[in-house]
Design a protein around this ligand. Structure first.
Ligand code: FE2
Ligand code: FE2
Length: 310
């Protein structure tokens, strides 16, 4: 595995153009944001009653879909579970958006205000702020609040958001955004999904596609001239952040909320081959980019395997 890693020269050859193109990419993203941005306070119908038959997310995205326990559940329990699962994922989204906003502010603190990447960073912070309010309102409306990450995740996040920079900050942001993006592309089209979730997902998918382009660009720029040792240490750190994010997506209390035995539900969810396959398929694009950057080192791949992302 290690012998296939790109050398510093190869990385510079691949990403060297990134440095020159960075301002052009940011200018394009600013144009796109000016043309297509949403205000969730008016875009989402917050007063629409929740149809009791509709799910919080496509059942296929439930952590229990395909398990014995799923077969034993009533339709009502399945609806309740998916609503709590989506609320838990959105709560983790808010947590990571707060981490990201702080990293962006630190990265551009006292920066050159005439630069397009400075201006796009502020645009992204404004987007994330609107997203977090939108997710918070959606969780409140679902009656599913309080799904914070585990204590260890909160403390690791506190450390990471205070010190991570360059490719470490932006690749971590990209991982969280890509994982959410793939799910939300299905949620926004799901005919058995609540309209509120379909709309919030559509807004998020559109605006996050700019953030992901920006994050990839920032990672490329950061890697120009980076030593192998630095790429290796970044690779491990990014994989650890991915583990913290992915393992905190669905809180164990969602199973209790659906009237299930949480211990059994967690056990079956962890062994759920269907969900593992969904994770692997949806991580393909992300893994290709991480590989291109030299981030798929042996230790990192071991973590991604455990998470069923490879
Ligand atoms: Fe967001
Ligand atoms: Fe984002």
């Amino acid at each position: 595995m290690t012998s296939t890693l790109p050398s510093t020269d190869q990385l510079s050859a691949v990403f060297g153009a990134g440095q020159r193109d960075g301002e052009a990419v940011s200018a394009r993203l600013l144009d796109s944001a000016a043309q297509l941005s949403y205000d969730p306070t008016t875009e989402v119908d917050w007063d629409e009653p929740l149809d009791p038959a509709l799910h919080g997310l496509n059942p296929e995205w439930s952590t229990l879909y395909g398990t014995e326990l799923w077969d034993e559940m009533t339709d009502e329990q399945r609806v309740t579970l998916t609503r709590h699962e989506v609320a838990s994922i959105m709560s983790t989204g808010i947590w990571f958006e707060m981490i990201l906003q702080q990293m962006l502010l630190r990265e551009h603190y006292a920066g050159d205000t005439t630069r397009k990447d400075f201006q796009f960073a502020l645009t992204e912070i404004a987007d994330e702020c609107r997203h977090s309010i939108m997710f918070a309102r959606a969780c409140e409306k679902l009656g599913a609040t309080g799904y914070a990450p585990k204590r260890s995740g909160i403390e690791l996040g506190r450390f990471f958001k205070s010190f991570a920079s360059a490719e470490r900050a932006f690749a971590a942001a990209l991982v969280a955004e890509e994982v959410l993006d793939v799910m939300q592309r299905d949620w926004m089209r799901g005919e058995d999904v609540l309209p509120m979730i379909r709309t919030t997902s559509r807004i998020h998918v559109v605006e996050e596609s700019r953030h992901m382009t920006y994050a990839r660009q920032e990672v490329r720029e950061s890697l120009v001239g980076a030593s192998r040792a630095r790429v290796r240490s970044s690779a491990l750190l990014i994989a650890i952040v991915t583990q913290v994010v992915v393992t905190n997506l669905v809180h164990r209390d969602v199973y209790t909320a659906a009237g299930l035995d949480a211990d059994r539900a967690v056990r079956e969810a962890r062994a759920n081959k269907h969900h593992h396959a969904m994770m692997r398929t949806s991580s393909r694009h992300l893994m290709a980019f991480l590989g291109e950057c030299g981030f798929l080192t042996g230790p990192a791949v071991a973590i991604y395997r455990r998470l069923h992302m490879i």
